[in-house]
Design a protein around this ligand. Structure first.
Ligand code: ADP
Ligand code: TRP
Length: 332
């Protein structure tokens, strides 16, 4: 039996190195492994919690879809779709909402972070909080559970959400009988949280990112801004505490990494280390970037691919939702 792998990316801005290393790269590797059936999607309704403008919303969804494909995802092997094209997810969201305690949602990190920051600023705790943001983890649980997911490759920041999905699956199973398998997260330990240019987590929300498909000169400028310690050229540097080295590892071959490790020990300057990082990134990303640019200019083609994927997702979600409805006692 193949294991089911699923992950989603919110279309809220340009895909950056954190998204790539934390979620997309490991997910694409799993999609090529014959022991797994993968399902990857554009989490467009999740992005609606920030109420983006219409054009921006469309544009970002296209960019996320194009990124996956440009990086080598094969839509004939992976179920590749847009969340909003699978309406069963939203019906399951309601069912799970009725099993989710409000206290559990109060502790979910996205809501809690905003509520805490409101309190710190002397505002009402719920200032600027919409119900979409508050119940965000329930929608995410529905994404995961409806496609019978076993493994969810994500960055470390998403672990709590997977735990909530497990909790809700368990509550449902205890209430209505065994229905859902319990999903597990898979986190890349060595790059669990990639830091951004300002030293905080790299995130679209903090505008501290290095976009994956940035033009190479602009990308080099951003790489040059990565903070380093003050050790001078010639001084031995510890590769394992260096974000530049950890990024290098993600793009270079095993042999290049070995050579670079020696160069760190022999005192490579930070400037040179940054140039070398820029070079390996260019080598790996140049071709995908061209494909990406072609794809974002072909929204119709992207749409067709996503709709075909949604059909495949619905071949699972429609009968499974019917089973779930029967379990809870709805007449069909
Ligand atoms: P962002 O914080 O930029 O809005 P998302 O929330 O859309 O990113 O995350 C999409 C995926 O990328 C998730 O699996 C998330 O865990 C992963 N991810 C995001 N930022 C990072 C990071 N800095 N390091 C590692 N993984 C990350
Ligand atoms: N919440 C995830 C994020 O912000 C995106 C997401 C939505 C997701 N649904 C998912 C990730 C299901 C994994 C599985 O990054």
């Amino acid at each position: 039996m193949k294991k089911n792998v699923l992950t989603g990316i919110k279309p809220t801005g340009d895909i950056h190195l954190g998204n790539y290393i934390g979620a997309i790269k490991p997910a694409i590797a799993l999609s090529k492994n014959e022991h797994y059936q993968s399902a990857y999607f554009v989490a467009d309704y999740h992005a609606l919690t920030n109420v983006p403008g219409r054009e921006e919303y469309k544009d970002h969804s296209c960019k996320v879809a194009a990124t996956w494909l440009a990086l080598g995802l094969d839509p004939t092997k992976t179920i590749f779709y847009r969340q909003s094209d699978v309406p069963e997810i939203f019906e399951l969201t309601w069912i799970l909402s009725c099993l989710a305690s409000k206290g559990l949602m109060n502790r979910a990190h996205a809501y809690k972070a905003l509520a805490d920051s409101n309190l710190d600023r002397g505002r009402d705790r719920d200032f600027g909080v919409n119900m979409g943001l508050f119940t965000y983890p329930v929608l995410m649980a529905a994404d995961i559970l409806l496609l019978k997911t076993d493994i969810v490759p994500v960055g470390k920041d998403q672990i709590q959400h997977i735990e909530i999905a497990r909790d809700l699956a368990d509550t449902f199973n205890k209430t209505y009988g065994d229905t859902f398998s319990l999903p597990q997260y898979q986190v890349e330990e060595n790059t669990a949280v990639l830091l951004g240019l300002d030293g905080r987590k790299m995130s679209k929300s903090y505008k501290n990112t290095i976009p994956l498909f940035e033009e190479s000169k602009k990308r080099q400028k951003l790489i040059n801004k990565i903070k380093t310690d003050s050790s001078p050229p010639g001084a031995c540097k510890d590769p394992y505490t260096s974000i530049i080295f950890s990024l290098y590892q993600e793009f270079a071959s095993a042999n290049e990494v070995l050579i670079m490790r020696e160069r760190y020990e022999n005192g490579i300057s930070w400037g040179e280390a940054k140039q070398e990082l820029g070079k390996v990134m260019n080598d790996v990303l140049e071709e995908p970037r061209e494909t990406y640019l072609e794809l974002i200019n072909a929204p119709k083609k992207l749409n067709e691919i996503l709709l075909e994927g949604a059909e495949k997702a619905r071949a699972i979600s429609v009968p499974f939702l019917k089973e779930i409805r029967e379990k809870i006692g709805l007449l069909s």
